[in-house]
Design a protein around this ligand. Structure first.
Ligand code: BGP
Length: 471
């Protein structure tokens, strides 16, 4: 498809990853354990007591040792941005250590050197589902106010070390996912069924305060640094036009939007205050917290986009959630991926418009993609994966990004999720693949880790080379 000239000059094109899903080297060079080390079956299964060797994240795709080769492949596709996260437990192995771990810091220096060499802009996530395990076990994660102080020490170290070379930062990955996965997203060790709503929202409040604090420290370090929040972007449709369903959709939407409302507007919205009152949720919010939130709002809003959800007031039609974080009721008009994630490119245009209309802040799509089973075949130029299904998914979504830009939405850039195959967050397996680059690693841990360019690798290179004019 050609003819699109909607993407502005300087639009950032690239891909996104997370430390625990690519790096491996889970205990190398002084790294401590993170919550991911006790989630060998993914986020929807309970944690294990101790790390187990069947956890694919222990080696992941060995980016820790192969980063130079992988970044060279991103450069070959023409990436102008690469999103990655810093593993907190590489920097503070126990979360509350007296000194940061120099070897961990040095690793990210090397990654940044390599990106700089290729002219790729880094986009760094400070906390991507990888809270140090000790913080989960000793403090119950973000339930404890003390964790704000631990996080502050961590971000001060990051900005002092990398602030001069990293312009774009994200605080918490998909912060609103804590509603669905408290251990994964908030390091909250209390089992979800025992976690009181007050404790959950107190943890959320602590994260929001910590994010505002990080924003303040970033701007003190260098006023040119741009800090974004990061949320699961999910348009919520009413299952029917019945007002009760529309209202149910509004409530689900509010539950998600509250996070960015606080990040962007610096205060809790009225609907949130009411929700707390109606549900007996009592929060400890200090005057200092309120001032900090109000004075340190984000510079941009970033989000992941995989699917829309449908909502209904009819309890009998609510189904058990599938292997995704959001639940909801299946939309009869949409097809699903092999993992039950409903594919809805139009929803991306809708959510871009909604966010822009609501906040008037630049938006950054920092995750989008199709998890699929891939098969390596022998092509004319050697082994490859003929992943036309992935190209189709991404093209359909990028068309909608173009439509939203034409609608007047300010979009900074687009990162596909997992530009190189990585360990899936929900399943903890390799077989749910997103990459333009295939990695030879299987669910049983076998494989050579060899990298192979898929058909989509060449397609995405063409998209970037033409700034989205050729999809
Ligand atoms: C998002 C997470 C990512 C990533 C992605 C795809 O929720 O931020 O870490 O994994 O989803 O999910 P999955 O790997 O489960 O397919």
């Amino acid at each position: 498809m050609t003819g699109w000239t909607t993407f502005p000059a300087g639009f950032l094109w690239g891909g996104a990853t997370a430390a625990n899903q690519i790096e491996g080297a889970f205990d190398a060079d002084g790294k401590g354990l993170s919550i991911q080390d006790v989630l060998p079956r993914g986020i929807l299964e309970p944690r294990t007591a101790t790390p187990t060797p069947d956890n694919l994240k222990q080696i992941a795709i060995d980016f820790y040792h192969r980063y130079a080769q992988d970044i060279a492949l991103f450069a070959e596709m023409g990436f102008t941005v690469f999103r990655f996260s810093i593993a907190w437990s590489r920097i503070f192995p126990n979360g509350d250590d007296a000194e940061p771990n120099e070897a961990g810091l040095a690793f990210y220096d090397r990654v940044l050197d390599e990106l700089e060499r290729h002219g790729i802009t880094p986009l760094v996530t400070i906390s991507h589902y990888e809270t140090p395990l000790a913080i989960a076990e000793r403090y119950d994660g973000w339930v404890s106010r003390e964790v704000i102080g631990l996080f502050e020490r961590y971000v001060r170290v990051l900005f002092a070390r990398y602030g001069h070379r990293v312009r774009y930062w994200l605080t918490f990955n998909e912060i609103n996912s804590v509603l669905h996965a408290p251990f994964l997203s908030g390091g909250i060790n209390t089992a979800p069924e025992k976690l009181s709503p007050s404790d959950l929202y107190q943890a959320i409040h602590h994260e929001l305060v910590a994010s505002a604090l990080a924003t303040r420290i970033a701007h003190e370090t260098d006023p040119d640094i741009r800090v974004g929040c990061m949320v699961l972007g999910v348009p919520v449709y009413p299952l029917t036009p019945a007002p009760a369903d529309v209202e149910a959709a509004l409530h689900t939407d509010h539950a998600n939007l509250m996070f960015s409302d606080v990040h962007v507007r610096g205060r809790y919205p009225g609907y949130a205050e009411r929700y707390f009152r109606d549900n007996g949720i009592r929060l400890h919010i200090t005057d200092d917290d309120r001032e900090l939130l109000a004075a340190n709002t984000v510079d941009f809003v970033s989000f992941s986009y995989y699917m829309s959800v449908c909502e209904t007031a009819d309890e009998t039609r609510r189904t058990a959630r599938e292997a995704n974080l959001m639940g909801g009721v299946p939309n009869p008009y949409l097809a699903s991926s092999a993992w039950g994630w409903q594919v809805d490119p139009t929803g991306l245009r809708i959510v871009l418009n909604q966010f822009w209309d609501r906040w008037n802040k630049p938006l950054f799509i920092v995750e989008n993609g199709l998890g699929a089973h891939d098969e390596v075949v022998e092509g004319p130029g050697g082994p490859t994966v003929l992943d036309d299904y992935r190209i189709e998914y991404l093209r359909d979504h990028l068309v909608e990004v173009g439509e939203a830009i034409a609608d007047g939405v300010h979009v900074l850039g687009y990162c596909s999720w997992g530009p190189i195959d990585l360990v899936s967050a929900s399943t903890a397996q390799m077989s749910k693949r997103y990459g333009f680059i295939h990695v030879d690693r299987n669910d049983d841990g076998t494989g050579t880790l060899r990298r192979t360019r898929k058909k989509s690798f060449h397609w995405y290179a063409g998209v970037i080379a033409t700034n989205g004019a050729s999809l």
